[in-house]
Design a protein around this ligand. Structure first.
Ligand SMILES: [Zn+2]
Length: 347
């Protein structure tokens, strides 16, 4: 069997190591993909720490899910060709339940787990992918952009379509310097919304300011009076009509709730097990407010996210490109909260 280099996790919460492993062969219904770009993200760090599954039977594991590449071998029963450009869908789904059949794979009733958690992922030179997860990467979309589209822009697209963000909205993005936040800020602006991009510390805010259009207003979430400063940053001081929380800090979310316009919608993207957002029921009624969870994206949205990059409606934000050897160190930084924006692995 041919060998390849990969980043391997021997136990959940343990260290990542770079070593040679057997190059996987695709089984029936699968393809092997030469990995051209894979985002190195906080979502993967959370998975490495056992935040998605801590089942010891699933290790050793090659993590990595947000990737794009080229099909290099096709398993039995797969109608794809060697050379096809693909990007990966994160969720392992049944394909046959009502939601899967109507194109809502993110709501699969027989959810089978996550690519890179329940099976080996793309921190490697090659990765085997279920053909159902190998989505078409538009010819005009680069591989790094395709990798980011797979989650970093697909998730914001799902948020914008779930809430119907348009040119009548003011959108507050909490955690705007992260890869979801910076792409969401751009996307909401491209849909005509006024965007208030909140994050902490000057370096992160400068990053957001550099990478978003002038219609995106950075606001420091760390100082006092956050609610009134957010309201002041919206047209007529009316407050945001949509609040998107990518962080899960309940104090900041409480201030955002206070700043929110009448009829506003709060969207949560975080999955902390131990945090609750506690608002008296009367406040929902008086404000006609909604609280929505938003879960990843549909396959259609993943492909359309790649198309948004190809069409230049949103720019892929890549802070750094690294090789396999550097991935463990990037995860150390993610763990310590010392990095932000998107790092892309190019094996
Ligand atoms: Zn399903």
């Amino acid at each position: 069997m041919t060998s390849m280099n990969a980043v391997v996790l021997d136990e959940w919460g343990g260290d990542l190591t770079v070593r040679q492993v057997d190059r996987p062969d695709p089984g029936s219904g699968e393809v092997r993909v030469d990995v051209r770009a894979c985002a190195v993200t906080r979502t993967i760090e959370n998975a490495v720490q056992g935040g998605l599954s801590d089942d010891p039977a699933l290790t050793p594991r090659v993590p990595g899910h947000e990737f794009a590449g080229v099909v290099s071998e096709v398993g039995a029963g797969v109608d794809l060709s060697v050379g096809d450009r693909v990007l990966a869908y994160f969720y392992l789904t049944c394909g046959t339940c009502d939601h899967c059949r109507r194109g809502e794979a993110n709501r699969c009733l027989r959810f089978r787990g996550w690519y890179g958690v329940n099976c080996d992922g793309a921190y490697a030179e090659s990765a085997v992918l279920p053909a159902a997860n190998a989505l078409p990467l538009p010819e005009e979309t680069g591989f790094a952009a395709g990798a980011i589209a797979a989650d970093g822009l697909a998730t914001p697209l799902h948020v914008c379509e779930r809430t119907g963000v348009d040119d009548t909205d003011s959108v507050l993005v909490v955690g705007a310097a992260g890869r979801i936040g910076v792409h969401l800020s751009q996307l909401a602006a491209s849909r005509g919304a006024h965007v208030v991009a909140a994050d902490i510390d000057p370096e992160r805010l400068a990053h957001v300011d550099d990478l978003t259009p002038d219609t995106v207003v950075p606001v420091d979430a760390s100082g006092g009076e956050f609610a009134s400063r957010v309201r002041d940053a919206t047209p007529r001081g009316a407050g945001p009509t949509v609040v998107v929380d990518t962080v899960g800090d309940t104090d900041t979310l409480g201030d955002a709730w206070e700043a929110m316009a009448m009829g506003g919608q709060v969207v949560s993207l975080t999955t902390h097990h131990d945090r609750t957002f506690d608002v008296p029921m009367k406040e929902y009624v008086v404000k006609e407010a909604s609280f929505l969870g938003s879960r990843y994206a549909t396959k259609d949205q993943v492909v359309r996210a790649a198309r948004l990059f190809a069409d230049g409606r949103v720019d892929p934000v890549v802070r750094r490109r690294v090789g396999l050897d550097e991935v463990p160190a990037v995860h150390e930084e993610l763990r310590a909260g010392e990095t932000f924006g998107t790092t892309v692995l190019e094996p």
